[in-house]
Design a protein around this ligand. Structure first.
Ligand SMILES: NC(=O)c1ccc[n+]([C@@H]2O[C@H](COP(=O)([O-])OP(=O)(O)OC[C@H]3O[C@@H](n4cnc5c(N)ncnc54)[C@H](O)[C@@H]3O)[C@@H](O)[C@H]2O)c1
Length: 331
């Protein structure tokens, strides 16, 4: 049994804590959050200890591993405290907002042979994982283009946007990781565009955007296109297409049911899309935790490394630079 403390009792912390509590190979020891009521309500519902001091939770003798679901600017400090004690870490994306700090942390983790996994949950979605397997098995020949559409159902609250690090580091980073994983080759050049079409007044206060496009190219010329928007009226839109020399892979958005209705108004109309990431990636978060625990128990390499986290952050930084300069940038 792996003793786990979940740090952060917010949106993502709730998911991780419930998955740990339900996992037969893990024991949820504690939930820590500086807001006592948040820690108590989550820990209480899952039979774990509630703590307000995240560092004290890391230091507990019965804690073997931590899951970091706290605000992004706290990730590295908490992660390094655990790694220096030889404890394992599943860290939410992004690794941090600062590239130099992230670089130093990743170098130290590698030097210490720390067991750290970055929580890029989309790699564990059944459909995207099947895409990767099909690509690696040669089902569509050589990959030529990866096209990723990722649109949120609604703009996050201003308080979240203020601390998010901007759309590229917060939202696009998932797609940048998914894109380089599916391409199977490192991007070397990137061009990005950002617009404020949803709430220009709010986003301009933080020099941020709500609508973005990124294009990446690898050394061999394969391409990836990512498009994001913080607000799609029809719901959480998550689509990926991979085009290759011998075919194409594509998937559909997920819905609560596959029922279709046809009547005098519609033909083949579907019910709404799954609401947001908590619903759409419910299975992926569970599989991500399974993969983390499996790597720990069987002493295997982590399936997503801190260097993957650093690389995705570098691509996000490249996107910010490209939007500012209006030019393609080497990445
Ligand atoms: N992989 C995913 O799909 C996914 C989805 C959402 C969020 N995230 C990431 O998870 C992290 C948390 O996001 P969220 O949406 O759950 O945020 P949230 O605001 O809902 O929750 C964060 C929690 O951290 C607590 N907190 C605040 N300051 C703290 C501090 N200094 N130390 C420790 N805890 C503190 C808050 O009380 C809150 O309960 C972010 O890094 C975000 O990028 C990942």
């Amino acid at each position: 049994m792996v003793g786990i403390a979940v740090l952060g009792a917010g949106r993502i912390g709730k998911i991780h804590a419930a998955n740990v509590a339900a996992n037969p190979s893990a024991r949820l020891i504690a939930v820590a959050d500086p807001y006592a009521s948040a820690a108590q309500s989550l820990a209480g519902s899952l039979g774990a200890d509630a703590m307000t001091d995240c560092e004290a939770a890391i230091d507990r003798n019965d804690v073997d591993a931590i899951i970091i679901g706290t605000p992004t600017d706290t990730h590295i400090q908490l992660m390094m405290r655990a790694v220096r004690q030889g404890k394992a870490v599943l860290c939410e994306k992004p690794i941090d907002l600062d590239i130099l700090k992230s670089q130093a942390a990743v170098d130290e983790i590698e030097g210490l042979k720390g067991r750290v996994m970055l929580a890029f949950n989309r790699r564990f979605d059944t459909t995207f994982a099947a895409m990767k397997l099909a690509i690696d098995a040669g089902a569509i020949g050589d990959v030529r283009q990866v096209i990723i559409t990722s649109r949120d159902p609604g703009l996050a609250p201003e308080e979240y946007i203020r601390h998010s690090g901007g759309i590229f580091r917060d939202m696009t980073i998932h797609d940048l990781d998914l894109g380089r994983w599916l391409l199977g080759e490192e991007p070397v050049e990137l061009i990005a565009m950002g617009s404020r079409l949803v709430d220009a007044a709010m986003l301009s206060k933080y020099d941020d955007y709500d609508t973005a496009m990124v294009q990446m190219k690898t050394a061999s010329g394969t391409q990836c296109h990512v498009n994001n928007c913080r607000h799609a009226v029809y719901g959480y839109d998550q689509r990926v297409e991979v085009f290759g020399s011998k075919g194409m892979l594509a998937q559909d958005n997920q819905r609560a049911s596959s029922l279709r209705i046809s009547n005098h108004e519609f033909t083949d109309a579907h019910g709404p899309l799954l609401n947001f990431f908590l619903e759409r990636y419910q299975q992926a978060y569970k599989s991500e935790l399974d993969a983390f625990i499996d790597a720990l128990v069987k002493e295997k390499a982590m399936p997503v490394t801190p260097r993957d986290g650093l690389r995705a952050l570098q691509l996000a930084e490249g996107a910010v630079e490209s939007v500012r300069s209006g030019r393609a940038v080497p990445v």
